[in-house]
Write a protein that binds this ligand. Structure first.
Ligand code: GLU
Length: 490
């Protein structure tokens, strides 16, 4: 286990470019679990420096997804904190000062190259088949006089970081171990753009330092940025946080999981009837394991055992069937009030076509009927439709069971009605005792009796166990449903 001396501070730094993707949320979960495990802080920082890719509402839906799945944060754009603001576009002064520091120290320079020149350069490099495509340092050694001339003309410039042209940058990654990068393979990248906005590299390093981040958990796709970040930290003279680069999430076709594989955003899974605790459990298993065999974890379990060091280097495959299976396990383990709450929420997002709006009391009543039968929360509505239907319309054909005719069925229903009307109590075990006794008294088959009653009481081909279903309906509604069925058989 990583030895933690200081209170850890981890951040999740989404770019608000669209719907929160499963991969991003897994990163957030890992950072959150580690922070919670070690009584640290979990911080949300919005990385919106690429204004062109900003999508309206993306921050709000990210925060909504994170809190739906069960994360909470100690500092963030919505709640502030000691290092506010937590949105990069509101922190531009900081990056501009930092860029100025790099310029003064000679670790960066102003580059006046026009976009056309850069395009041509890239094009020529590609045509020549050069392995390192990048900036040719055209402006790296520009004289002060020339710079003043360009300034006088109001020429636009970016600030480029001067990468060392020799030596190596090293990182001891928590997941990938010791890594080495040859500096000469990296070009002088843009740190500050001409509009005064920083690039990701500068903003991320400046903020991780300013916000006293101790551990950075981020996707493996950022590994290639490591040498740039190592050199930035060096140029500023700052200590680096520890890094954990996380394996990629692949779809079953082994391509990176994306929209084209169907649901890729967290809310899609909510709408499919997945419990947030099941999704957190499943996403945590994508790239992490406790002991290679335990699969069921509650969020509390995870927050007490999770460790960055048990993250795997191999890419993980997202398997929807496995998620649905795990969701079934979480449904089974959920307490009745928890399951009722989750079903009620699911019906709020996606109201089922019931005659009566489900109130909390009735929703709680149906939990025993469905607890062991659901794979997703959406499976509940069709099973319990009858509870929320004003008058069940039984199907005459299905009322009459094989081996019976209409009049025998009618007699059987009348007899059942009389017996049920006389019962002292209307709970499922009393109902079961009485109806089994009736079958043996009268010689009808239990299957015939219960099949007819199921149709009469629920009008559904598939329903929860009939005794429990009648108990939930209560005596009054059960008897009038039977009356109605008798009526139909006239
Ligand atoms: N804004 C980056 C992203 O959305 C964050 C990368 C990082 O965590 O450093 O992927």
């Amino acid at each position: 286990m990583t030895k933690i001396t200081n209170r850890p501070r981890l951040r999740f730094a989404p770019s608000p470019t669209g719907n929160p993707h499963i991969g991003n949320v897994r990163t957030a979960i890992f950072a959150w679990l580690f922070a919670r495990r070690h009584d640290g802080d979990f911080i949300i920082r919005v990385e919106d420096t690429d204004q062109g890719r900003r999508a309206a509402g993306a921050v709000e839906s990210m925060l909504e997804s994170l809190s739906w799945i069960g994360l909470d944060w100690d500092e963030g754009p919505d709640i502030g904190g000691q290092f506010a603001p937590y949105t990069q576009s509101e922190r531009l002064d900081l990056y501009q000062d930092a860029a100025q520091r790099l310029l003064s120290a000679g670790r960066a320079y102003r580059c006046f190259c026009a976009p056309e020149r850069l395009d041509n350069l890239r094009h020529a490099q590609q045509t020549r088949g050069e392995s390192s495509i990048g900036y040719d340092r055209h402006c790296a050694f520009m004289s002060d006089t020339r710079q003043r001339e360009l300034d006088a003309k109001g020429a636009e410039y970016v600030v480029r970081f001067r990468m060392p042209q020799s030596g190596i940058s090293t990182l001891d990654d928590i997941v990938f171990g010791p890594l080495q990068f040859e500096n000469a393979l990296y070009d002088d990248f843009v740190a500050l753009k001409s509009d005064g906005f920083p690039t990701y590299h500068l903003a991320s390093v400046v903020d991780d330092h300013a916000m006293r981040i101790t551990h950075v958990a981020r996707g493996k796709e950022w590994l290639s940025s490591v040498p740039r970040h190592v050199q930035l930290y060096d140029a500023f003279g700052w200590d680096m946080p520890l890094f954990a680069h996380l394996p990629i999430i692949l779809a079953t076709d082994r391509a990176k999981l994306s929209k084209r594989h169907g649901a890729a955003s967290v809310m899609d899974y909510r709408d499919m009837g997945i419990l947030p605790e099941a999704l957190m459990n499943y996403l945590t298993l994508l790239g992490w394991s406790l002991d290679d065999k335990t699969e069921f974890f509650t969020p509390q379990d995870l927050a007490s055992v999770f460790d960055l060091e048990r993250i795997s280097r191999s890419d993980a495959v997202f398997d929807l069937d496995k998620l649905i299976w795990l969701n079934g396990q979480h449904i089974r383990q959920a307490s009745a009030p928890r399951l009722a709450e989750a079903i009620a929420k699911c019906w709020e997002y996606d109201p089922p076509p019931f005659d009566t709006a489900p109130d909390n009391g009735r929703t709680a009543d149906i939990v025993p009927l469905v607890h062991n039968r659901l794979k997703t929360l959406r499976d509940a509505a069709p099973l319990v439709q009858f509870v929320f239907t004003d008058g069940v319309e039984a199907d005459t054909g299905r009322l009459v069971q094989r081996g019976m005719d209409i009049s025998a069925t009618r007699e059987m229903l009348r007899d059942a009605r009389d017996r049920l009307a006389r019962l002292d109590s209307f709970d499922s075990s009393t109902l079961e005792r009485e109806l089994r006794a009736m079958a043996s008294d009268t010689g009808v088959k239990v299957g015939q009796l219960l099949g007819t009653l199921r149709e009469a009481a629920t009008g559904q081909k598939v329903s929860p166990p009939i005794f429990e279903s009648m108990e939930v309906l209560g005596r009054g509604r059960t008897l009038s449903a039977i009356d109605k069925a008798v009526e139909r058989l006239r």
